[in-house]
Design a binder for this molecule. Structure first.
Ligand code: UT7
Length: 324
């Protein structure tokens, strides 16, 4: 198990074409561009079109990640999809994506840890790859939160957007991987906080899909402490530090949470990858979306040390360090 490392082969993303600005929201509900920008940093979000599902976004992101990796779908034998907005209650949306990619071998399953989903999916895929049971994994975060928002609730509907990102990981013997790949990951859950951020419906309770409900201030209160704790765990496990990382790619929920976390840890502002202004909070999709932005604009290069973290409903939270 210790002889294998999960190495990043490619990253890709996909955003629905339709962009909704703060000004458009202000015309529909009692809010303003000024309030949204000041409190969150968000200026716009992408919203999936009619008939555009989570699987469609995830599939497009997966295809882009495979192209970036120079691989074919047949090269993939594991798909782990993080989502809280599946196409259907079952089958898993990853099974839909697997079939659309024409893959008939290996395994595909979904992971549900809300905004922390991508960190949980990455850690899960990494653990499976390191057993030697699978060779190459697609780790996807894909969400259509627009479908579970209460568009009358200004406290939540201005915050979220739709999108998807995907990463290809390959199991490589450590002596070939060198310093590259997933170096550590740390996952946490404390379900005592579950009523602070939840959806008020579900197959077993109401038989409906429900809408997202959040005590924003309560979530905010816990976010920075939880995020910085689990990042300290990643630093302690590897001997890395705020100084040695090249990029901090956090979950994109709120600019104030990201800035406060970076400041508390002593991470220089120029190392922080910020996309919340353009994407809003895309839950499990936000980290791979931000990684793809940084890879495509040339910031993220081979050999860079990347810190990712997320915190969300549950509460769940987690961190990972990877060398690109
Ligand atoms: O990704 C999962 C994790 N989720 C998060 O990280 C979200 C964490 N929470 C937050 O980001 C922030 O708490 C929010 C952005 C949701 C809210 O910011 P806040 O500074 O905590 O504001 P607040 O909820 O305390 O509300 C302040 C005021 C209230 O008015 P009063 O009671 O002071 O008169 C709200 O009614 O702002 C009002 N308000 C709005 N005003 C204009 C709430 N939403 C809006 C809005 N437009 N969209």
């Amino acid at each position: 198990m210790s002889g294998i490392r999960s190495v990043v082969r490619g990253i890709g993303s996909y955003l629905p074409a339709n962009i909704v600005t703060n000004a458009e929201l202000s015309a529909r509900i009692d809010t303003s561009d000024e309030w949204i920008v000041q409190r969150t940093g968000i200026r716009q979000r992408h919203i999936a079109g009619e008939g555009e599902f989570t699987s469609h976004l995830g599939l497009a992101a997966a295809r882009n990640a495979l192209a970036a990796a120079g691989l074919q779908p047949a090269d993939i034998d594991l798909i782990v999809l993080a989502t809280s907005t599946p196409d259907q209650t079952f089958p898993a949306t990853s099974a839909v994506i697997q079939a659309e990619l024409g893959i008939t071998h290996g395994a595909a399953f979904d992971v549900q840890a809300v905004c922390s989903g991508f960190v949980f999916a990455l850690s899960t895929a990494d653990a499976h790859l390191r057993t030697g049971a699978f060779k190459r994994a697609l780790v996807i975060g894909a969400e259509t939160f627009s479908r579970i928002l209460d568009w009358e609730d200004r406290g939540t509907c201005v915050l979220f957007g739709d999108g998807a990102g995907a990463m290809v990981l390959e199991a490589v013997p450590v002596n070939e991987a060198g310093n590259n790949g997933v170096l550590t990951s740390h996952l946490r859950t404390d379900g005592r906080h579950r009523a602070k951020l939840y959806v008020d419906g579900g197959p077993s309770s109401t038989g409906t899909v429900g809408h997202l409900r959040m005590e924003g201030r309560e979530v905010f209160k816990h976010a920075v402490g939880m995020i910085t704790d689990v990042i300290e765990d990643a630093f302690a496990a590897t001997g890395e530090s705020a100084q040695s990382i090249d990029w901090f790619v956090p979950h994109q929920a709120n600019r104030r949470i990201i800035d406060a976390s970076a400041q508390k840890l002593g991470i220089a502002p120029e190392k922080v990858v910020m996309t919340v202004d353009r994407h809003g909070n895309t839950s499990a999709a936000s980290i791979p979306l931000a990684l793809d932005v940084a890879a495509r604009d040339g910031r993220l290069k081979a050999g860079d040390l990347v810190l990712i973290e997320a915190m969300g409903g549950g509460f769940t939270w987690g961190s990972a360090l990877l060398r690109w």
